[in-house]
Every structure is written in C-alpha cells, then in structure tokens.
Write a protein that binds this ligand. Sequence first.
Ligand SMILES: NC(=O)c1ccc[n+]([C@@H]2O[C@H](COP(=O)([O-])OP(=O)(O)OC[C@H]3O[C@@H](n4cnc5c(N)ncnc54)[C@H](OP(=O)(O)O)[C@@H]3O)[C@@H](O)[C@H]2O)c1
Length: 302
Amino acid sequence: MTSGGAGGRGTVVVTGAHSELGRRAVDRLLAATDDRLVGVTSPWADEPPPAHPRLTYLPVDLERPLPAELRDALGAARRVVHFAWIRDPSAARAAERNLAAIGRLVEPMPSPEWFVLVSSVAASPSARSAYGAAKWRATERVSELGGTSLLVGLVVDEPAAGPYAVLAGLVRRLPVSLRFLGAAPSVFPVRGEAVVAAVTTVVGEDVTPGAYAVFERPPVGLGELLAGLEAAMPARRLRVRLPAAVLLAGASALKRLRLGPRRRLDQVLTLLYKDDRFLLSLPELPGQRGRDRRALAPAGAP
Ligand SMILES: NC(=O)c1ccc[n+]([C@@H]2O[C@H](COP(=O)([O-])OP(=O)(O)OC[C@H]3O[C@@H](n4cnc5c(N)ncnc54)[C@H](OP(=O)(O)O)[C@@H]3O)[C@@H](O)[C@H]2O)c1
C-alpha cells in the first residue's frame, strides 16, 4: 500500500463496524487519525453504535447492490477495512457469498490495493471448517486483487466475546474435561488490543500489501487453553483423553451427515485444526515484532 495518503486526512470505510472488533477499531481510528470514517453496519443491527462528528454510519446489507452513498464513500476511500463476514455452514456458499460482497466493495474503489480483509488463523489451504475454507478463499481473492489480509488469532479478552466466549460457554456447560493424546491442536491467541493496533498500522502507514500474522507466537496447545478456562470455572468433570485426529474425524463426519448443530460443529472444526506451518510462515506487520508479549494465559470465566 504505497499510496492513498497513508496517515493523511481522508476517508476510511470500516465494514462490520458494530462487531466487537470493528467497534473497537473504529474508536481507535477516530482517536489515532484525522480521517473521516464511514462505518457500515448490518441493517438488522440492534442498536446504533455511539456517534462522533467524523463518523457516519451506513446500515447496508452487503449481499445486495450497494447504495450510492456507500459507493461514493468507497470511491473516495484511502482504506477499506472489511470486518463484516457472512456466515454460512456450507464452505462453498460461504465463499460465494463473501467473495460477492468483497467484489461489490472493491468495484467502486480507486485501487483494490487499499482493501484490507480481516481474515483468521482458521484460513489456510487445508482448512477443515466451512469458516476456515471460506476465509481462505477470501484471503486468496484479496491477494489476487493486490490487497492486504490480516490473519487474526483467537481473541482472548475479558470479558470474553465471539468464539472465545462460545468456547468458555462449552467448558462451563459440558461435564467433561477434554485433553489430547499426542499433540494437541494449536491455538493462536491474541488480545483485541493487538488486533486494533494492527488495523491502525495498515490504515496509518505505507504497508506493503500481503498477508500478515496478527497473533502471538509460539501458539499454545488447545489442552492448555481448556485447562485455564476450567480452572476459572471449577466443577466436577469427567476426564477424557482422545487423539485430536479422532475428534476431528468425528466432528467432520457429524457435520457431513448433518447430525447435530452445523454451526457449532463448524466452530469445533475451526478449533480442532490449524495449519501451524503455514501460519508460522506469515510475516508480522512492521512494529508488531517484539512488542509487548505478556503471557496470554487464558482469561478467566466471562
Ligand atoms: N473474534 C475473534 O476471535 C476473531 C478471530 C479472527 C478473525 N475474526 C474476524 O473478525 C471480524 C469481526 O469479528 P467479531 O468476532 O468481532 O464479530 P462478528 O460477529 O464475527 O462480525 C461479523 C460482522 O459482519 C456483519 N455482517 C454479516 N453479514 C452482513 C451483511 N450481509 N451485511 C452487512 N454486515 C454483515 C455482522 O453483522 P450482524 O452481527 O448484525 O449480523 C457482524 O457485525 C470477522 O470477520 C471475524 O471473522 C474474529
């Protein structure tokens, strides 16, 4: 991203501006830049997020043709940060719907190079979940367009939100203490603060387009993360030890056979599989390496 007025006053569009991470990124960008922000929310979002003189909210369904007001903002944008994500339990449909939304956003932009996808560590060429496979297709698409993707780890904040809150909820409800025989699947945790800092960097600086790691290294084992959550929510639990491969095969089979809640199973598949080698080969953003790496011990019960 070598042009587009990095750091200067301009227009920045943030989609998913009412999501947990999007909302925090909008707050930080307002504080850290002079930019005019256009926050895209879903038309069905519950409550309007807080107002600010340099912030305009546009409720837009990204699955439909974009209204002129958003197209104008995209035409003037020096960065577009795409937090929005359309969920679908089918990998093919999730990819199709999200790629179409990305196409609609990029089309009015002066340069697709200024598009920033908030991707995930679930995204890899060998992803097992529909979410991971579709995020990977979106990451590839953004790379073809010459834009930037941030492969964000599992956000482990307090209070817990998003997928981490789902995991904490499972630990609270299930009377089972799951551990792994052999190597446990890796978890790449990150604080929401670090995600917001990464977004500020790609908006504020001339960053070379590409895919970047936004998570702490080294990863932790899923067993370790579960142990931390269990310690924060003491209860009598039956200890179960299984090879990760068996669990992965079981969850994949249930999903294929459409037994059980498809969305939950996809979240479990997302947790159980990471392509460590691929993720650890990703570069970090300038200024991210060597920053505060306080231990990311699992936060307490939400
Ligand atoms: N939280 C994490 O640990 C984590 C880790 C890695 C990556 N990420 C990525 O970070 C982004 C934000 O995640 P999050 O956990 O803060 O919240 P999230 O709920 O996953 O954010 C997705 C957002 O997309 C919006 N959206 C969905 N369909 C839309 C449509 N058709 N038109 C307009 N907006 C639409 C949703 O609005 P509604 O909720 O109103 O439907 C929601 O605000 C996502 O792309 C997620 O994949 C999150």
